[in-house]
Design a protein around this ligand. Structure first.
Ligand code: PMP
Length: 442
């Protein structure tokens, strides 16, 4: 094998890494080789505590034997099954199981292979739904500033991260954005839902006044924005969005790719916050991150709107070669069994106060300007270094990694979303390591 000139690792020229500073990485590679429970081990044998569940996805912790076995057995039994005009039992079983966890009324499941694909699928279902009902003028989509909905064209159009948008042309037309809910002036150091900002949902009324409701198909938001800095919805905000969507016949889509499968203390954030959307996107925790899979949950009303034509006709011209892939379905079923047996989908509610108490001890650490949390997700925002946005947090990330802790940063916010099997001692270790890294970087 060709070797990297400076380290005991393979040559690194060919792999163009996603969302990575490639040149910097290849000078100082961070290679993971093994994972079990709450930990990774690096290629050179160091143990790393996983503070982000891989990438917000390994909710039951790493290397769960039951999930591993299910994938192995499925691969041996049937590697692949075409999902168009054909099916296999585990796809139906997994759909039933996911629907059973969801808020009442969201009982139809369309499988994809990622969160990004789930978002595209949900947007297309929303547009096609209105057209099927004879309201073809409803084509506009509303997203939110600082929204993250994956990286495909629909997702970056409704998303609100400038770096993900600015290099890629004009994107989808007919998209507006309501304001984000980050309001450190009024909500700094909130625990759980911040008190202020419900009125931000009224931006929907302004867009209705501008465009008319008859042109608007859907509003998409993450109940808790994850990748743009862990923004917890203010009290009453999601309820207000729901009311306004109902009032104007607009579909409400929750992107629960991060919040799904127990992150906020319920199976879905919709349940934590008591607001049911019309469509919900899922991914990540659906298979514990083991096999790529995403899904869209749709209300029966939306689903049934498509079911009126002649029976032999395909109702929705959409799908992926790997929709409901047998390996993903097998992994998904074993994952849901694991969550159920170990009570993991409510564990974040149990640990929320312990987690919050620990995080908020970092309040006095250098450069910390805000800490926010709900369930087992937390954000620690740092003051940016003048002229170098994001650099300070990235240095904390590198320092934590050297100290044996994996975190994630977005801009100058450190994001934490540990596996739901976390124990209080791990929480203590996360906060202690972060504190040391923050002091070092200062
Ligand atoms: N939506 C949200 C809210 C996400 O956080 C992510 C990924 N972090 C996505 C969509 C995209 O998912 P994927 O990377 O699986 O395409």
């Amino acid at each position: 094998m060709t070797q990297h000139p400076h380290t005991d690792v393979p040559a690194m020229d060919a792999y163009w890494m996603p969302f990575t500073a490639n040149r910097q990485f290849k000078k100082n590679p961070r290679l993971l080789a093994r994972a079990e429970g709450m930990h990774y081990w690096t290629a050179d044998g160091r143990q790393i505590l996983d503070g982000v569940a891989g990438l917000w996805c390994v909710n039951a912790g790493h290397g769960r034997p039951r999930i591993v076995r299910a994938i192995q057995e499925q691969a041996a039994e049937m590697d692949y099954a075409p999902p168009f005009q054909m099916g296999h039992p585990k796809a139906f079983e997994l759909a039933e199981r996911v629907a059973a966890l969801a808020p009442a009324g969201l009982n139809r499941v369309f499988f994809t292979n990622s969160g990004s694909e789930a978002v595209e699928t949900a947007l297309k279902i929303a547009l096609a739904y209105h057209r099927s009902r004879g309201e073809a003028s409803r084509t506009r989509l509303i997203g939110r500033e600082r929204g993250y909905h994956g990286v495909n064209f629909g997702g970056i159009s409704v998303g609100g991260m400038v770096a993900n948008r600015k290099m890629f042309g004009s994107l989808l037309s007919g998209v507006d954005h309501i304001r984000h809910t980050h309001d450190p002036a009024r909500n700094a150091y909130s625990r759980g839902q911040p008190p202020h900002g419900v009125e931000l949902a009224d931006d929907i009324e302004r867009l209705v006044a501008l465009h008319d409701a008859s042109t608007i198909a859907a509003v998409i938001v993450e109940p808790v924005a994850g990748s743009t800095g862990v923004l917890i919805p203010p009290i009453g905000y999601l309820q207000r969005l729901r009311e306004l969507c109902d009032k104007h016949g607009i579909l409400l889509i929750f992107d629960e790719v991060i919040t799904g499968f127990g992150r906020t203390g319920s199976p879905f954030a919709a349940q934590t916050f008591g607001v049911t959307p019309d469509l919900m996107t899922l991914a990540k925790g659906i298979t514990n991150g083991c096999v790529p899979m995403g899904a869209v949950l749709a209300s029966q009303k939306i689903h049934d709107t498509f079911m009126g034509g002649p029976e032999h006709l395909i109702e929705l011209f959409h799908g992926y070669t790997y929709s409901a892939h047998p390996l993903a379905c097998a992994a998904g079923l074993a994952t849901l069994d694991t969550y159920a047996e170990e009570g993991l989908l409510s564990r974040a509610a149990t640990l929320q106060e312990t987690f919050a108490d620990a995080l908020h001890t970092l309040r006095e650490a250098p450069h910390v300007i805000d800490i926010r949390n709900i369930g087992l997700v937390g954000g620690i925002e740092l003051a940016p270094r003048p002229g170098e946005p994001g650099k300070r947090a990235f240095e904390v990330f590198l320092d934590c990694y050297e100290r044996g802790l994996l975190i994630r940063t977005t801009g100058d916010t450190i994001a934490l979303s540990p596996p739901l099997i976390i124990e209080p001692a791990h929480i203590g270790q996360i906060v202690e390591t972060l504190g040391a890294a923050l002091r070092r970087v200062a």
